[in-house]
Design a protein around this ligand. Structure first.
Ligand code: GLA
Length: 661
């Protein structure tokens, strides 16, 4: 295992606290008030220049750094550090007008207009050159600026395009992946519906077509688009490194909702390790049947997985409602404190927000902020100050890590493949199922990492694969089990290979490991349940499945197969296979023997430990429930400075961070 990178933002003392700061939207007088209030709130890091391309580079060949110089100097004088962004996520209208071929084309073939943001084609040569030029100029100018803490490349990479540049780049990418046209035809199974390509010029990105498109094409296009965004990120990061060696570089991943816009696992090599750090943006979605505390924990655990277990940074969250959500929702008093603490508990080196001061104009003028339209005399700002005070008290936590003993498998390719049209059930999507399992484990007090099935799993006692639809082979999972791990696999897993071809003999990639054979899929209509003979129920999906070399733990009551829940011992470990989505996961989790460290702790008492290599450890306790709950730890609560005894109840809504004896 590579050594941990535990000092991800060396120049920031203690934990980071702040948000996106857009002073270019405000008159100069406001800046002084900003700095005064930032100091009052304990802000020590702000993200600047995220969307300021138009100010720095107002026209072709025109450069003006006066305002950014002033902002950086203001921050340095005010003792606030800068996460300096490259501003390349939003080319200004002059750029789009001068280079209309850089505007993205959607699948309908419509070239989008300027007027919003992220209006670029990742494959357009002019745009690609412009972002490297921009990153170089900024790095050259600000490398030694005293305010500079780190570099922030782009913003939430997600854009894809189907223009002619995209088509050309896609063909080159496909040649690399599949060798030649024969290889491509085999990989995409083009004998189906007479889709055989006889010349590369016939190969197109997924533009709208008459009927269900080729799923192999859709899957490869998502991989290709993710790789193109990674190439953009790398090109800027390398340009920065040339002038500003040794400064941390990041980009903000988006882990809100179904966060599968890019295959972040393929980014790992370029976003972790020396002078790189993983940062994420997590906006809690309202109307979540699972609830916000578990949703926040999921975003944090997913990010920690992307960071390979290293500390990471929550770059954006909201203090209250988000502008882009239709319909109003508001966080309850104290939520922003509890949520922020949960991210920190799970490895974030601080809590950052979008944005510092609410904008008076623009598309996000009603997005909540640290300093709301209501001004500093407001509940939100008071909570912001409280959070700033807490984070200051938690400075010694910086650099500690979370040691999860359980993992949930996440493979972006598998999520994408399961989403392609033509599936037997439109309800067998992956992301909600990962959330459901994560929440069930969260409720049991089990902290999980979300990791790739091909990574080293040896540190985990339990690995859960709720829905691993795409898998080439079982080698890594088999090795994990044989060495003593417990692997639990949900239904409709191991079905297709990386070309999205159904494996012969179901479930092809996993049948041998599981000791089972799936004869037939039986999707379960929404709202219906299937009964198991041990009292459990299943939903959404079921399979007529036979045990070949596995013990039947439970059978369907009404199905002609030979089982619904299977278990097989293998080497020093064991595998479980589920032929339906078990409705109540808790009895199953009990049966496979996964428990949190504090099995007596009530549900909704969140307990997570961070530890330093030298043994110092911190138990974060967050009571999300309506009842007092005992926190079975002894030490000192860093938030109050008072000793903590195992009998001390944590009141509803209360938090503690106990430096353990
Ligand atoms: C994203 C973007 C920000 C802002 C927020 C609003 O995370 O990175 O610029 O638009 O959403 O929620």
């Amino acid at each position: 295992m590579a050594p941990r990178n535990t000092d991800i933002i060396p120049t920031v003392e203690g934990l980071a606290f702040g948000g996106d700061y857009n002073p270019e939207q405000w008159p100069r007088e406001t800046w002084d008030e900003d700095l005064r209030l930032m100091r009052e709130a304990g802000v020590n890091l702000v993200s600047v220049n995220i969307f300021a391309w138009a100010g720095i580079n107002p026209g072709p060949g025109e450069w003006d750094f006066t305002q950014l110089d002033a902002i950086m100097d203001l921050l340095a004088a005010g003792g606030v550090q800068a996460d300096l962004a490259t501003s390349t996520a939003s080319p200004p209208p002059w750029f789009s007008q001068a280079h209309p071929e850089t505007l993205p084309v959607n699948p309908e073939g419509v070239r989008l207009n300027s007027g919003a943001r992220a209006e670029y084609c990742p494959h357009a040569p002019v745009y690609r050159a412009a972002v490297v030029d921009m990153a170089s100029r900024l790095a050259e100018r600000y490398a030694d600026h005293p305010a500079l803490a780190m570099w922030h490349v782009g913003n939430e990479y997600y854009r894809s395009c189907t223009c002619d540049f995209a088509a050309e780049a896609f063909r080159a990418w496909l040649t690399e992946r599949h060798g030649d046209l024969d290889g491509l035809n085999r990989a995409w199974g083009t004998t189906f519906w007479s889709q055989t390509y006889s010349d590369w010029s016939q190969v197109l990105p997924p533009r709208i077509c008459a009927e269900t498109p080729n799923p192999g094409l859709l899957l490869d296009f998502r991989r290709f688009s993710s790789d193109a965004l990674l190439a953009l990120f790398r090109s800027e990061a390398e340009a920065i490194e040339a002038h500003s060696p040794g400064k941390p570089i990041t980009t903000n991943f988006m882990v809100t909702g179904n966060f599968t816009g890019a295959d972040y696992h393929r980014w790992r090599e370029h976003t972790t390790g020396p002078n790189r750090l993983v940062a994420s943006d997590h906006y809690l979605l309202p109307d979540d049947p699972i609830g916000w505390p578990a949703q926040a924990a999921f975003g944090a655990d997913a990010t920690r997985g992307l960071a390979d277990g290293d500390p990471w940074l929550l770059m954006e969250q909201s203090t209250n409602s988000s502008a882009w959500r239709r319909g109003y929702f508001a966080k309850r008093p104290g939520d922003l404190l509890r949520h922020s603490l949960s991210y920190v508990a799970r490895g974030s080196e601080g809590a950052m927000f979008f944005q510092w001061r609410a904008s008076r104009y623009g598309a996000e003028r009603y997005h909540s902020a640290m300093l709301p339209h209501g001004g500093p005399d407001s509940r939100v700002f008071r909570e912001v100050k409280q959070l700033g005070a807490w984070l200051k008290l938690l400075g010694e936590v910086k650099g500690s890590t979370v040691d999860s003993r359980a993992a949930i498998l996440l493979d972006f390719n598998s999520c994408w493949a399961a989403d392609t049209p033509g599936q037997p059930s439109s309800d067998m999507t992956t992301y909600p199922e990962l959330r459901r399992w994560h929440a069930a484990l969260w409720r049991r007090g089990v902290t999980t990492d979300l990791v790739n099935p091909e990574w080293d799993l040896s540190r985990y006692t339990h690995v859960f694969a709720p829905h691993l639809y795409l898998l080439d082979d079982d080698a890594n999972l088999r090795a994990y089990v044989e060495r003593g791990g417990t692997l639990v696999v949900g239904p409709y897993s191991g079905i297709v290979d990386s070309n999205d071809h159904v494996h012969p003999g179901l479930p092809g990639a996993l049948g041998g490991l599981m000791g089972i054979r799936v004869e037939e899929f039986v999707p379960v209509p929404k709202g219906d349940k299937v009964a198991l003979d041990n009292g459990w129920e299943g939903e959404t999906w079921s399979e007529v499945t036979h045990a070949l070399d596995a013990e039947v733990v439970a059978d369907f009551k009404d199905y002609p197969g030979t089982g619904a829940v299977f278990r097989r011992r293998l080497g020093d470990g064991e595998v479980w296979y589920l032929a339906t989505r078990i409705t109540d996961l808790d009895p199953l989790l009990a049966a496979v023997g996964v428990t949190g460290e504090f099995p007596e702790a009530p549900e909704n008492l969140e307990l997570v430990r961070r530890s330093h290599e030298d043994g110092r450890s911190y138990l974060f306790a967050i009571n999300h429930s309506d009842a007092p709950a005992n926190v079975p730890a002894a030490g000192r609560d860093l938030l109050t400075g008072n000793p903590w005894a195992p009998t001390r109840p944590l009141e509803p809504g209360e938090c503690a961070v106990i430096r353990e004896d």
